[in-house]
Design a protein. Structure first.
Length: 432
């Protein structure tokens, strides 16, 4: 069955990627195309981007191969030979858009040429270019079958009807029949080589297309992963900040009547939390903007040192926090620091949102035998009328823990609720 391939489409249009505006081609696709262009070299790159110039070079090579016939004193019917060569040159100009039609026409022209001009010196030359065009357009099996079919009329005529010119025979050389057989063998070999070269070029172009497609898919996956990361960051920022702000505003409403000075401090903390939330949101969403501001600076992601600030904020919001760190200090790994920070932040946010009658919240962070253990437990009870979240908090914590092949377990414990996360560090990460 005839099969048309993407690599063949690339042959017929040659510069297909160049036809796409640079602004519309994905950056990964442009990078893969630039890499392929560098591998081609200067001349091949120019011909790749100017297919009509390549067509003219093919026609020129064909005409050059047949020009020797005009110099031979033994050749007659030169006008007929010139007309046939001109017809072949015109047909070859359509080899990209109609490779099979061109091959069929050239096969007929070659038989007509050897019948009318037996002493022609370029018998079978045009078939090389036609077979090459078919091979870069269609799959290998089909291309070699077409090579056999296109060669058959000329081979049959040379074996059974062609009279080898006696003027070309040497006295001590092979006979006319042997010369015919040798010519047929050479014709079949050259046609096979031309088809093989085209098939090889097709495979190379197909490989380049696969690389470009892989680069684009990989970039798309990276984009999806980045958007998922941004979604997790936004969830953490908004859930934490709004929860703390609600708790602070409730506390301020109670304290304004009893202790206006303390209420002012709470309101100040409320304002600071709001500004921090806005700053975090701008930082997280800034990766989606091309214009990141005049200087393009970004605030750093939270690390281990920000845990104290995080805990102080929750304490001011009313959580009775006790923080304990056991074992050696955690490694200086930004990804690990952010994971620990977000897990603690999400766990304490859930306590503040859903916990009632909480008198003690215990946060334990420890490192032992290459495993970081984070445990956040409280002695409260779930609020019946608390708003139900979207369930993304625990999912987000598990996704973050998955970066370090870790796990997160959350559920009721004796006297309260416990979140426990285990992060398994690699050998390189363990070193401070």
């Amino acid at each position: 069955m005839r099969t048309h391939s993407q690599a063949g489409a690339a042959e017929r249009t040659a510069a297909t990627p160049a036809d796409i505006p640079a602004s519309e081609m994905p950056a990964a696709g442009r990078g893969a195309e630039e890499f392929s262009a560098r591998r081609r070299g200067l001349m091949r790159r120019y011909l790749y981007n100017h297919p009509r110039v390549m067509d003219l070079m093919v026609v020129a090579a064909y005409l050059l191969a047949g020009s020797a016939t005009f110099l031979s004193p033994l050749t007659a019917r030169l006008p007929v030979h010139a007309a046939l060569m001109l017809a072949g040159a015109v047909v070859l100009m359509f080899r990209r858009s109609r490779p099979l039609t061109v091959l069929a026409a050239l096969s007929v022209l070659e038989v007509v040429s050897i019948i009318l001009v037996p002493t022609s010196g370029n018998i079978g030359t045009s078939l090389w270019f036609g077979l090459y065009a078919v091979a870069v357009t269609y799959r290998s099996v089909f291309s070699f079958v077409m090579a056999a079919l296109a060669s058959f009329p000329l081979v049959a005529y040379m074996l059974f009807f062609y009279q080898y010119p006696r003027e070309y025979l040497l006295a001590d050389g092979p006979s006319a029949t042997a010369s015919n057989i040798i010519s047929v063998i050479v014709l079949l070999l050259t046609n096979t080589v031309a088809t093989g070269v085209g098939a090889s070029v097709r495979r190379g172009r197909e490989h380049e297309a696969e690389l470009r497609s892989w680069a684009i898919r990989n970039a798309q996956l990276a984009s999806v992963a980045e958007r998922n990361r941004i979604a997790r960051e936004m969830h953490d920022v908004v859930a934490h900040s709004l929860t703390v702000m609600v708790a602070l505003s409730d506390g301020a409403a109670v304290a304004v009547k009893r202790n206006p000075e303390q209420a002012g401090e709470v309101l100040g903390r409320l304002s600071e939390t709001g500004r921090t939330a806005l700053s975090d949101m701008r930082r997280v969403l800034g990766v989606l903007r091309d214009d990141a501001g005049s200087d393009g600076r970004r605030a750093p992601q939270p690390d281990h040192s920000d845990l104290r600030t995080l805990v102080d904020g929750f304490r001011q919001a009313g959580l009775p926090l006790v923080v304990t760190q056991s074992g050696p200090s955690l490694p200086e790994d930004p990804a690990l620091a952010l994971t620990v920070y977000r897990i603690v932040q999400e766990s304490l946010t859930n306590v503040l949102r859903y916990g009632t009658s909480v008198s003690r919240v215990q946060v334990v962070i420890g490192l032992d035998a290459g495993t970081v253990r984070i445990q956040v437990s409280d002695d409260g009870h779930g609020s019946v009328d608390a708003p139900v979240g979207a369930g993304q908090g625990i999912v987000g914590m598990r996704e973050r823990a998955g970066i370090f092949a870790g796990t997160v377990d959350a559920g009721p414990s004796p006297g309260g609720w416990t979140v426990e996360a285990l992060l398994h560090l690699s050998e390189g990460t363990e070193k401070p």
